[in-house]
Write a protein that binds this ligand. Structure first.
Ligand code: FAD
Length: 472
């Protein structure tokens, strides 16, 4: 007999987890179905493992430059097995914490693969790796289960895009998933794609000693950011020994030799032990679910409105499955909206430009609101204010002098409409930067503590408002 829940959530990544938690907090009976690990891509193969590797890599770079700050560290080298053990320990710890929250929230966590048999009816087939079960002793189903849902929230995530001419083999041609847990540090790596994941992996492996080459089809790295960001990053990458080849495509990989030979569209051949394909991610929507529910689609993504409602009443979709932000915090924001509406609310997703964009490269990149180039394309009359790390006392003290903040003011509206930044800790500032968007009066109330990196934001804001404190 089917078990009845007010809400069934498929997928326990950031989108599904947040939606399940919020529905439960509102008093709904909730089942959350996950076929792999709680935390989804973000916790297990995305945000957290990549940041764990990047944190070790960043420490290594700092140690190598320690002599600049009067500290002699004779040799700083990566201990790869320890780096990997640390990554695994962090993931396991967070998973345990999440499962504790699930239990405390009285969410029924069901391990298995969900299929939809009819609107409101879900079959869960148990197909979970044994390791996942060991982490959730008790309270976990061991047999297939049929569920009946008042409301259904689809949070099924995404998968790496595969290139037809160089399909993944998991050994030489790899995705970000394999790149996070390689058995050893490769001598050389060619990264196809200079987007967020490609650039982050490039920084980590270059610091660990891998000869890294990025090949990007467009004319610059991080093409979704303003071109000044790309230029600054490309310059910094060069100093880290990362070669960036732009406006070029990878045509083929010859694996008859080791290292493999990668051919580009200009005839150039580059040798690489590993070829990481990081050309983006696509929604991983199960065709069976789409057909059973007759969901309207937007290409591979589930079509939703601003309330995160799909074309089928009572069915919501969030996160990478809807292909809006491809960011974990975008997924959680959508999970909040879906949960509120599934509980009878009437909430809409905010303007997507207000979801901060973050890249954890060396230096970090972050932005929120409208970009300079977007404003220019829209014909807006804008002022751009800049603040520089190189003249900032705290940045000099920390030996982190590469960085800039740009604030974009719409002169007609007298509002700050966008902030972009490159530099140490930029990703930590972007949520604060979000609060600066809009009318300028509240900005004048802020006293920026001295000496802090945040004073570069102050410089940028003053210039954008035409109130420059110092000539820069
Ligand atoms: P997911 O996290 O993908 O979760 C979906 C879950 O659904 C999966 O666990 C899957 O097993 C489960 N599922 C799917 N189908 C079924 C089914 N039929 N039955 C049961 N379960 C099912 N974002 C950031 O914001 N910051 C970062 O620093 C960042 N770094 C990243 C680094 C890498 C290398 C990668 C790959 C991604 C990164 N992302 C980052 C993106 C982020 O991971 C995703 O945007 C986020 O995980 C999307 O959340 P989600 O809930 O939509 O889906």
């Amino acid at each position: 007999m089917a078990e009845r829940f007010d809400v069934v959530v498929i997928g326990a990544g950031p989108g599904g987890f947040r939606a399940a938690k919020r529905c439960a907090q509102r008093g709904a009976s909730v089942a959350m179905v996950e076929r792999e690990f709680v935390g989804g891509t973000c916790l297990n193969w995305g945000c957290i493992p990549s940041k764990t590797l990047l944190a070790s890599a960043h420490l290594l770079l700092r140690a190598r430059h320690a002599a600049d700050m009067g500290i002699d560290i004779p040799s700083a080298t990566p201990n790869w097995p320890k780096i990997q053990q640390r990554r695994e320990a962090i993931l396991t710890g967070i998973r345990k914490g999440m499962l504790g929250t699930v239990k405390a929230s009285k969410i029924t966590h069901i391990e298995g693969c969900a299929t939809v048999t009819a609107p409101g009816r879900i079959m869960v087939v148990r197909s979970v790796p044994a390791r996942a079960s060991q982490e959730t002793p008790g309270g976990v189903a061991t047999n297939d289960r049929e569920l009946e849902a008042g409301k259904l929230i689809l949070a099924t995530g995404s998968e790496s895009i595969q290139l037809r001419n160089i399909p993944f083999d998991g050994q030489v041609i790899i995705s970000s998933k394999e790149a996070l847990s390689l058995p050893q540090i490769p001598k050389s790596m060619l990264i196809v794609g200079g987007g967020v994941i490609g650039c982050e992996m490039a920084c980590a492996y270059a610091a660990f000693g891998t000869k890294v080459t990025i090949v990007e089809a467009l004319d610059r790295l991080l093409p979704m950011e303003d071109s000044w960001v790309s230029r600054l990053l490309e310059r910094e990458f060069k100093s880290q020994g990362i070669e960036a080849i732009t406006a070029r495509k990878v045509m083929s990989v010859d694996q008859s030799t080791s290292p493999a030979k990668v051919s580009l569209d200009d005839g150039q051949t580059i040798e690489a032990e590993k070829v990481l394909v990081a050309v983006g991610r696509r929604p991983a929507t199960d065709a069976q679910i789409v057909q059973a529910l007759r969901l309207e689609m937007n290409g591979p993504a589930i079509k939703v409105n601003r309330k995160m409602e799909t074309s089928v009443p009572g069915v919501y979709a969030v996160g990478d499955a809807v292909g809006t932000t491809n960011l974990a915090h975008g997924a959680t924001a959508e999970g909040e909206i879906a949960a509120a509406n599934a509980a009878g609310g009437n909430e809409e997703m905010l303007d997507y430009t207000l979801v901060p964009r973050v890249v954890f490269t060396f230096p970090e990149v972050a932005s929120v609101g409208k970009s300079e180039e977007k404003c220019q394309a829209e014909g807006r009359d804008i002022n751009i204010g800049k603040g520089f790390y190189r003249g900032n006392g705290r940045c000099l003290a920390e030996n982190e002098t590469c960085g800039q903040f740009h604030a974009v003011r719409d002169n007609a509206m007298n509002e700050i409409v966008g902030i972009s930044m490159v530099g140490d800790m930029a990703t930590e500032f972007v949520a604060f930067a979000r609060t600066l968007l809009g009318t300028v009066e509240p900005i004048r109330q802020i006293t920026f503590p001295h000496p802090t990196i945040s004073e570069t934001i102050e410089d940028a804001l003053h210039e954008a408002l035409g109130e420059l404190l110092f000539e820069q």
